[in-house]
Design a protein around this ligand. Structure first.
Ligand code: G3P
Ligand code: MG
Length: 251
């Protein structure tokens, strides 16, 4: 199977599985990603950060406590220790034994299967080479046209653009004003702007679409919201329940 590069996706109402299908399975695990594919997500969103020994791993929180039961920051923990932890039991005993994935494992799984939005958590890595290493892993798996790289930390995005002129970038926005995130998106030649859903207002979509930027909203877990935001011009939705508008009832 060949995946359609993002830039050629004509479809609107893109459903992006948030941390996989994190409403159904423990976030950012293989179980969650498989569930998202089963529920026909168009794309999967996942979070990555660096371990103490500079491996990119797939996990949301900076601390391992909530999802792996050990109160220790990922950035001071070596991969070998992280790999011993159970990343599934916190969600349900059914998922005990799920492991934290490395980025390599994730890319090998996703290749030729599903497009990805890789969100980079944390500070700009101090170690020179961490961002080029990330880009090299994506490129080695021929997924450069099948990923969007995003971050709330725009310094990280600038670093990515510095090392790669064309890889799709999504600007993650929290409270920043419109003029600021739009300027950043244009400077970075971004593909998309990822907004909290409450920031989506009438009239906003044309101001963003005029610049050929897509609008993705987080986190949308009800079918009626998808309908309403879609009418306002949103192009895609991060959802813990991918498949929501395909064959599920509103929840
Ligand atoms: O990328 C959208 C969303 O995932 C951002 O927030 O905290 O879920 O990573 P968070
Ligand atoms: Mg995220």
């Amino acid at each position: 199977m060949t995946l359609i590069p993002f830039k050629r996706l004509a479809q609107s109402n893109l459903i992006i599985g948030h941390r996989g299908a994190s409403g159904y399975a423990p976030e950012n695990t293989l179980a969650s990603f498989n569930e998202a594919v089963k529920r026909q997500a168009d794309m999967i969103e996942l979070d990555i950060q660096l371990t103490a020994d500079h491996h990119w791993v797939v996990i949301h929180d900076l601390n391992l406590k909530r999802t792996c039961g050990v109160s220790k920051k990922v950035r001071i923990t070596p991969l070998s220790l992280i790999k011993t932890l159970d990343a599934g039991s916190w969600f349900s005993a059914v998922f005990s034994g799920e492991r934290v994935l490395t980025l390599e494992e994730l890319l090998a799984w996703a290749k030729n299967k599903i497009n990805l939005n890789i969100e980079i958590k944390g500070k700009l890595p101090k170690r020179i080479g961490s961002i080029p290493t990330l880009l090299a892993k994506i490129s080695k798996n021929q997924m450069t046209k099948n990923v969007i790289l995003s971050s709330f930390n725009w310094k990280v995005l600038r670093e990515i653009r510095h090392f790669h002129r064309t890889i799709p970038i999504g600007i993650l926005v929290n409270r920043e004003p419109h003029f600021l995130y739009l300027r950043e998106a244009l400077d970075l030649k971004a593909f998309s702007i990822h907004l909290p859903k409450h920031r989506m207002k009438k009239g906003l979509s044309s101001k963003i679409h005029d610049h050929k930027l897509k609008i993705f909203l987080y986190t949308v877990n009800r079918a009626d919201e998808i309908k309403a935001y879609s009418a306002l011009g949103a192009d895609g939705f991060f959802s813990d329940y991918p498949g929501l508008i395909r064959y599920e009832r509103p929840i």
